[in-house]
Design a protein around this ligand. Structure first.
Ligand SMILES: *Cc1c(COP(=O)(O)O)cnc(C)c1O
Length: 355
């Protein structure tokens, strides 16, 4: 039976990317060696990093003066690297969920942290909008897509201070005005590559401004200077990331990804709103295109486990909501075909007919 992969992360990748990665595991570019056993300094690997960086810049239209890094540690490591490198006195954070809160917790070890707004009181079901960012902060940190709660900041905000964004789960799903940010980062396992690599886009001139000592590996300057090769980078996930980047370009780039994301999300939200058995959990204007969260309507609450089993038997994978919020979550990342979203919708319609 065909499986429809709605996993939140690690998650769906384009089939071609998986097949090409598998080929490279057996024989990397006809070299007679597996990509698992070559040096990151081999002369056939440097072009992989170079092309991945070039495609990042091209696809996101990254202006001059920015570096693209491939690191280890996950987005969670960036929660501490960001304040280490950018927080001298004071930073502002928008609290839109667990990931935002974790980022804020790390920053508190480095300076004053202003929580400009929070939607914690409503289980993070909306993005706060009425707040002011103090003019004297070093940066304003946001989480553009809240993977767990299914809310998303779908346009670049207008603030008077440099922004930093965790874009782990919506990178490459829309055009971004990178010039508004001094740093954009994310774990690759939601929308780009298998787990193990973290991408960081950093504005070079924003570095080197804090007065503290930064441990070598946690200093972005180390990796800018070393071209992500200061130490051994995650070779295989970087190669898969390159394949995804090529796929993104061939599909038409981020504008096309945005068009598809809107199309897929509109389809599924329309069914959630139409079907009497389900309700969406996020505020309509803040609904994520990447992670679509819904629960059983109150009068059908006891059928939650039954729907999960029904859908699983029809090939749906990973639609159980995050353990902290329950219900269902269908993650519809870039590689998710429209047909899979339609299969889930058909499931919901059939389930409704049964009851
Ligand atoms: C998954 C996720 C993280 C954590 O990523 P790791 O790579 O596991 O550290 C952080 N932020 C967001 C928005 C996420 O979706």
């Amino acid at each position: 039976m065909k499986k429809h992969n709605f996993n939140a992360g690690p998650s769906i990748l384009p089939r071609e990317v998986i097949e090409e990665t598998a080929k490279a595991v057996l024989d990397f570019q006809g070299s007679g060696l597996s990509i698992l056993e070559i040096s990151h300094r081999a002369k056939n690997f440097q072009p992989v990093v170079d092309e991945a960086v070039a495609l990042f810049k091209e696809l996101l239209n990254i202006p001059e003066g920015y570096s693209v890094l491939f690191l280890g540690g996950g987005a969670s490591m960036e929660f501490c690297m960001v304040p280490y490198n950018f927080l001298e006195k004071k930073a502002a954070y928008l609290n839109t969920g667990v990931w935002a809160k974790k980022a804020m917790k790390e920053a508190k070890a480095f300076g004053e942290v202003v929580e400009v707004a929070s939607s914690a009181e409503a289980t993070y079901t909306y993005i706060p909008k009425d707040y002011t960012v103090p003019a004297d902060v070093d940066y304003f940190h946001i989480t553009t897509n809240n993977t767990i709660y299914g809310t998303e900041i779908k346009e670049d905000l207008d603030v008077n201070v440099p922004m930093i964004a965790d874009m782990s789960s919506d990178i490459f799903s829309r055009p971004v005005d990178v010039s508004k940010y001094i740093c954009i980062y994310g774990g690759a396992q939601k929308n780009l590559a298998p787990a193990g690599v973290t991408f960081v886009i950093v504005k070079n001139e924003a570095l080197g401004k804090v007065s503290r000592y930064i441990p070598t590996m946690l200093n972005y300057q180390t990796h800018v200077g070393g071209g992500s090769m200061f130490n051994t980078p995650p070779v295989l996930p970087i190669y898969s990331a390159l394949l995804t980047l090529r796929w993104l370009k061939a599909q038409g780039g981020v504008k096309e990804m945005e068009r598809r994301a809107i199309e897929k999300a509109d389809m599924l939200y329309a069914e959630i709103d139409r079907n009497k058995m389900f309700v969406g959990t996020a505020a309509k204007e803040d609904r994520s295109r990447m992670n679509i969260c819904f629960v059983m309507a109150p009068e059908y609450k006891e059928l939650e486990a039954e729907f999960l089993q029904f859908a699983t038997e029809k090939g749906m994978v990973g639609i159980k909501g995050h353990r902290s919020v329950g219900g269902f979550r269908a993650s519809c990342y870039n590689a998710m075909p429209k047909e899979s979203v339609q299969a889930l919708i058909d499931c919901m319609k059939e389930f409704e007919k049964l009851h």
